[in-house]
Structures are given as structure tokens and as C-alpha cells.
Design a protein around this ligand. Structure first.
Ligand SMILES: Cc1cc2nc3c(=O)[nH]c(=O)nc-3n(C[C@H](O)[C@H](O)[C@H](O)COP(=O)(O)OP(=O)(O)OC[C@H]3O[C@@H](n4cnc5c(N)ncnc54)[C@H](O)[C@@H]3O)c2cc1C
Length: 448
């Protein structure tokens, strides 16, 4: 097929957002008689699932302190459930297990989950939490735990398989996905309009009526191409102005795999367990040499994963200590010479696994030594920006929350066709200037 000279709807990125938006836009165009998937072209410089979506841990949770995030996640969980087989989605649930400093925040999350009908149990107090966890895993032994939030929905999906399934569904609607095409610049209208009229690529120019950017960690580059501001002014909760805040920052996600049989991490009654997420201030002692790794708050998450071939999970990310413009995103993920999980991560994570479940004690030699992890691009408040710029350019900047957000594409498609989504409203760019910020929790993560 010839390289297209134009597309009514041009989408950048064959990751979760570009594909989900294209699929739902195609369906909505057809249903409304306004067009079809044949009006949509996706360009990706590498291919389907080549970005963050293809290396994500795949965890789907609702556990957010911010009400707007929770409502959005509840919507996306419906999408995961609706196509669980195709997405290889495991609806095993999710456990947020915390020490006292997070108790009040998590209690509030539980209350608000009840209010929106998102099923979860909340267990409080050291003894009750210990008993609850031992009822799931007989070898449970994590310390300083005073609350357990057990979300009955959520779980995890096979990362790349779900993205390939979305691509297949989009192609069945007539969407064209072009791999190996790098977008190098945007073209704008002259005169009164500032709209995008097309993109320049290494294969030629493609004109468009509407541009959708789902470029994951590369959103920084499209922001620059669209000539949007490198810094923002944020109105704080107290009304004070904070000027010159960089629009983007990068964090390194540290994840890894312990190569033990995934079958060895099941519940006492032989079922696949919920995703386990522990945040605690208990001293973390090395399972290798007995040294103190940290006496500060630490956090890990893990699950048995047949796709990764072991126990897969991660720990707190760290901030990349460079201006966003200087961060080398390519080569991305495990191919990066700079941003892969460290030996210190492996030591910390496996020791933390052993702190929680005795069965993992002595397993350090089984840590899979292949490179893993990748960088994520975060907004000033670390929450997504879903908004239209230059009249016809929808930017989906999920601030690295996004694998679980498989339903956002449906809402973006709805907005492109003129119907505002109340679920996306709290994520407009204008919130920084207006001071309409999301509440901040006591979690050690930049995304909870
Ligand atoms: C290690 C890791 C683990 C994670 N785990 C989870 C998790 O468990 N749960 C969760 O919800 N989220 C997780 N995330 C976050 C999640 O993966 C991302 O938020 C999400 O995948 C972003 O999707 P996307 O479609 O925006 O971008 P991507 O999946 O990154 O896709 C962007 C695409 O754009 C293409 N592209 C970039 N630049 C250009 C260009 N110039 N021209 C053409 N194409 C271009 C790329 O090739 C890429 O395929 C994790 C992230 C990382 C790094």
C-alpha cells in the first residue's frame, strides 16, 4: 500500500493510547455515520507495543488517593473486563498493604471506593492485618502493617499481548497502522488559525484534519514540535504562584523478575493471588548479608507472572537528575545503556520480597540479570494531561499512569467528536494556572 499523503485523523504512537483511541474513534465514526476506521492512520517510528506499553508491568488498580483518578480507573477496569480473554487480563484483584503513615489516606480511598461502588475490603490494626494476610499466604511476615485495602477488581494483563489485541481490533475496524515512520515535525496553518495541518516524517509529509498524540515517554518531543511552553506557572492550594516549573520530568521505573516458578506463589487455597503492593516503614534488612538496606519508608509490588516467567514487580522509581530536554529516551526500555534497573534495585527488591513472604528468602541467586525497566515522562504534578492544543491536536500525556488506562481512548474519541467527558475534565492543562490541582497523598510513589 502506498505511503499516505493525508489522513483525516492522524494518530502518533501504536501504544495503548494511540490504539485505544483509534479503535473507539473508528467505532464511533461508523456508529454515527460520520466515517469509519479507514479515516484513521497510526504512525509509529518502531512498531506496535514498542514503547512503554510493551514493557509495562501490566498492573491494573484503582488505588489512588485522587478521586478523579479513581473514577477514571473504574471506567478503564470495565474495558479490561469486557475483553479479558483478548487482553490476557487476570482479574485477580489488588492489595495495598501499608504502615501507619498511610492509614488515613487509604481509609479515605476505601470510603470513596464504596461511594462509587468499587468493591474493596479494608482491614485495620496490626493483628487483624497480619491474620488477613496469613489467611492468603501462610508465610506472610511483613512488619509495621496497620492497614490492608483489598480491591476485588483489577489485577494485571500480559503487557504486549493486550496491545497486539487492541491493534488487531483497530485494524478490523479499518484503521491503518504504519510502522517504521518517524514524525520529525508538525505543520501549522497560516493566518488566524494555529491548527496543525499535517506532520513531517522521514518518509514524507502527511496532511491531516486532526492530530492525536499518544507518544508516551516521547511526549516531550511532540510538545516541543507543537511549540508549547517548556515551563508552566502553577497556582498553589494557598493561591501563591509558582513560576518556571518545567513541564516535563523523567523518572526511572525499576522493575525486575525473580526466576522462580510462578506456580510457587499462589494463595493458601491454590489460586492466583491478588497483586501485592506493600509500603512500609519497617527497617529493610538485606536477605543476602543481614545489612540494613534502609530505615526509611520503602515500597514494592509483585505478582506471579507466566509471561515474564517468574515473580515480576518493582519498587519506588527514582527521579532522573537532568533537565527533560537532556534525557536520552532512545534506545528505549531494556535496550537503554543508561536507564535499566540497577544491582541495588535487585538487592532491595528481593530482600523486600523476603521481608514479606518467607518463601522468597535465599532466592537472590535466582534474580533474572537481564536489563529491565524504563523511563516515564511526568507532568508537573505527576498526573495526566488530556487536552486539545492548537485547536485540533489532542495530546494524551498520561504521566506514566497509563497502561491500566485502556478506557481513556474511548473518552478521548468521544471528545474528538465533540462530546466533553466529565471523567477527563479534571485533567486539563489549565488546571496548573487555575490552581485546580489534585490532592496529594502520603504515598512514597509519585503516582499515588
Ligand atoms: C517499566 C514500566 C512499567 C510500567 N508499569 C505499569 C503498570 O504496571 N501499570 C500501568 O498502568 N502503567 C505502567 N507503566 C506506564 C505505562 O506503561 C505508560 O503510561 C503507557 O504505556 C503509555 O502509553 P502510550 O500509548 O502513551 O505510550 P507508548 O506505549 O510509549 O507508545 C508510544 C509510541 O509512540 C511511538 N513514537 C514515539 N515518538 C515517535 C515519533 N517521533 N514518530 C512516530 N512514533 C513515535 C513509539 O515508538 C511508541 O510505540 C509502566 C511504565 C514503565 C516504563
Amino acid at each position: 500500500m502506498a505511503f499516505p499523503q493525508s489522513a483525516k485523523y492522524l494518530v502518533i504512537g501504536a501504544g495503548i493510547h494511540g490504539l485505544s483511541t483509534s479503535l473507539h474513534l473508528a467505532k464511533k465514526l461508523k456508529a454515527s455515520g460520520q466515517g469509519s476506521g479507514e479515516d484513521i492512520v497510526i504512525l509509529d517510528k518502531t512498531g506496535i507495543a514498542a514503547g512503554a506499553s510493551g514493557i509495562a508491568c501490566g498492573v491494573v488498580r484503582n488505588n489512588y488517593f485522587q478521586p478523579a483518578m479513581r473514577e477514571l480507573m473504574a471506567h478503564s477496569v470495565q474495558h479490561w473486563e469486557a475483553n479479558a480473554d483478548a487482553f490476557q487480563y487476570n482479574p485477580v484483584g489488588y492489595l495495598q498493604i501499608s504502615s501507619e503513615s498511610m492509614h488515613d489516606d487509604v481509609a479515605q480511598i476505601h470510603r470513596e471506593q464504596q461511594a462509587i461502588g468499587y468493591e474493596s475490603d479494608f482491614i485495620e490494626g496490626t493483628a487483624d492485618c497480619d491474620a488477613y494476610m496469613k489467611n492468603i499466604f501462610s508465610d506472610w511476615r511483613a512488619q509495621n502493617i496497620t492497614s490492608v485495602l483489598h480491591e476485588k477488581k483489577g489485577g494485571y494483563a500480559h503487557n504486549a499481548a493486550a496491545i497486539y489485541a487492541l491493534a488487531k481490533m483497530a485494524e478490523e475496524e479499518g484503521v491503518r497502522i504504519l510502522s517504521g515512520v518517524t514524525v520529525t515535525g508538525l505543520k501549522f496553518a497560516n493566518g488566524a488559525s494555529s491548527a496543525v495541518t499535517g506532520v513531517e516524517t522521514d518518509k514524507g509529509t502527511v496532511a491531516c484534519e486532526y492530530l492525536i498524540v499518544g507518544a508516551g515517554p516521547w511526549v516531550r518531543d511532540f510538545w516541543t514540535m507543537a511549540e508549547l511552553p517548556e515551563t508552566v506557572t502553577i497556582k498553589g492550594q494557598d493561591g501563591s504562584q509558582h513560576d518556571n516549573i518545567p513541564m516535563w520530568k523523567y523518572w526511572q521505573l525499576e522493575e525486575g523478575v525473580l526466576r522462580v516458578d510462578p506456580e510457587s506463589f499462589k494463595t493458601n487455597d491454590g489460586k492466583l493471588p491478588p497483586v501485592v503492593h506493600v509500603d512500609t516503614d519497617a527497617p529493610l534488612i538485606s536477605d543476602v548479608d543481614g545489612s540494613v538496606i534502609t530505615e526509611e519508608m520503602w515500597g514494592i509490588y509483585y505478582k506471579p507472572d507466566f509471561n515474564f516467567g517468574g515473580i515480576q514487580g518493582g519498587a519506588m522509581p527514582y527521579k532522573v537528575d537532568k533537565p527533560a530536554s537532556e534525557v536520552a529516551i532512545d534506545p528505549y526500555g531494556p535496550s537503554s545503556p543508561e536507564f535499566v534497573s540497577s544491582q541495588e534495585f535487585a538487592h532491595m527488591w528481593v530482600s523486600a520480597l523476603a521481608h514479606c513472604n518467607e518463601r522468597f528468602s535465599g532466592t537472590m541467586p535466582k534474580y533474572h540479570k537481564e536489563p529491565s525497566g524504563g523511563v516515564g515522562c511526568f507532568t508537573p504534578d505527576s498526573f495526566p494531561v488530556f487536552d486539545v492544543f492548537r485547536e485540533n491536536c489532542y495530546i494524551i500525556a498520561d504521566s506514566n499512569h497509563g497502561y491500566k488506562m485502556i478506557g481513556v481512548g474511548e473518552l478521548v474519541a468521544q471528545e474528538i467528536l465533540g462530546e466533553t467527558s466529565s471523567l477527563l475534565q479534571p485533567f486539563r492543562f489549565s488546571r496548573y494556572a487555575e490552581g485546580k490541582l489534585h490532592p496529594v497523598s502520603n504515598s512514597p510513589y509519585p503516582w499515588s
